[in-house]
Design a protein around this ligand. Sequence first.
Ligand SMILES: *Cc1c(COP(=O)(O)O)cnc(C)c1O
Length: 492
Amino acid sequence: MGRVKKSGLTDRQAEALRALPSVEELVEMPELAAAIGEYGRELVVDSARVVVERLRSGILAGKAAGEALGRVGGNAGDVAGGELAFDRLAGAITEEAAKVFLPSLKSLVNATGVVVHTNLGRSVLAPEAIEAVVQATASYSNLEYNLVAGSRGSRHDHITRIITALTGAEDAIVVNNNAAAVLLALAVFGGGRDVIVSRGELIEIGGSFRIPDIMASSTARLVEVGTTNKTKISDYEKAIGPDTAMLLHVHTSNYKVVGFTAEVEIAELAALGHERGVVVVDDLGSGVLADLPALAGEPSVHDSLAAGADVVTFSGDKLLGGPQAGVVVGKREFIAKMKAHPMARAMRVDKMTLAALQATLAIYLKPEEALGRIPTLRMLSEPIDSLQARAEKLASGLSEVIGDAATVAVEKAASKVGGGALPLLELDSYVCSVLPSAITVDDLAARLRETDPPVIGRIHKERLLLDVRTILPEQAEMIAKALRQAFYPEES
Ligand SMILES: *Cc1c(COP(=O)(O)O)cnc(C)c1O
């Protein structure tokens, strides 16, 4: 590696950095003339900048050039040794430019067994919902146009009726996601005033959604009551004062406090709120609309309203299985206030969301069909025999294409609901386990992230587990192809 200088760089690294061509030099290469013709100069210049930057960080990280450039083209020589093959660079730059034209959002195979996987897009939409999006976007629509009166209409009207029919609520409004729904409720009812929340419910949901932070940005003042493990109705009672605007109940969706615990039921909270003239809002997180044994224990929207909550909020793309959205249901006067607030305009949903949500909810009107037709519910309710049969079929298909590059077996395992719902629940499932013989399981997982489509499994004890619960029936063949590609890259 040579001598390390004061700058922290070795001689070789310093030399390699000096040897890096400039973006201007690269763009003048005859090898890039075709790319400039096809993609335009601006994009090629930008792509050259990206590639040079990648090389620079590669050198600083002490990588060889081939590694720094990624898996593109032939051998660029060792950058750290100062040697660069220009045709390889041209290839990398051309590839970088071409990427811009490809959709960055790729469909992939979710073999993790986590049904509502936020990193993987949460819900797979029902065919009806997909068709509705196409219908709503291929031409103009009556999004905000009243066809009877021939005048301006409201986008909310497209969705209210079906939500009230399903939940028994008086009225509804749909916003961008449930985080927005909670923020809007806080701003409308609690802005500049006190909102009481139990200390046991000051949750964080993935990344930046924390109840105290969302409260602060709504200008509501957080009044914490009770303790982490126990909050009683008397704690709320004592905390209500002249400035109290709202009692907020938050479903502790992604964790459980077990042992010596007490929390206040929404019915009790609602009774107190109504007695003292304070709005009661219930943030359900997932919000269950279907009667599904697997989801017992997750609070339903209907029950929360029936228990007396004034306003209930839940996600469109968690257990509901629809598009990303925040659904707010409740008493007419409160929903009207939310619709009229300027913040509602900033959170309003697009016609694609309305169309997909309406079509998804329409399936719920026939609950016995919803389990089979909404992918999220179908996955959550797939019988164990069916999972086993699918795992066995997948395994035999995989063994065939993989040969002796890995050992494939069918094993019992547990899937998760995901999406911050039912964190302790393990759903019995079956997986295909793949134990590679010549490469590491991390290498295998990395290779499968690069196949088309990528296949995402979970690693457990040196094996890659592919949980069939979240694998769509038509994806079995794609998985076989991807594994073949991963184990025999020289074939492609
Ligand atoms: C998931 C969740 C949210 C945020 O919902 P998004 O639809 O992801 O914005 C808010 N509150 C609770 C209790 C949740 O579980």
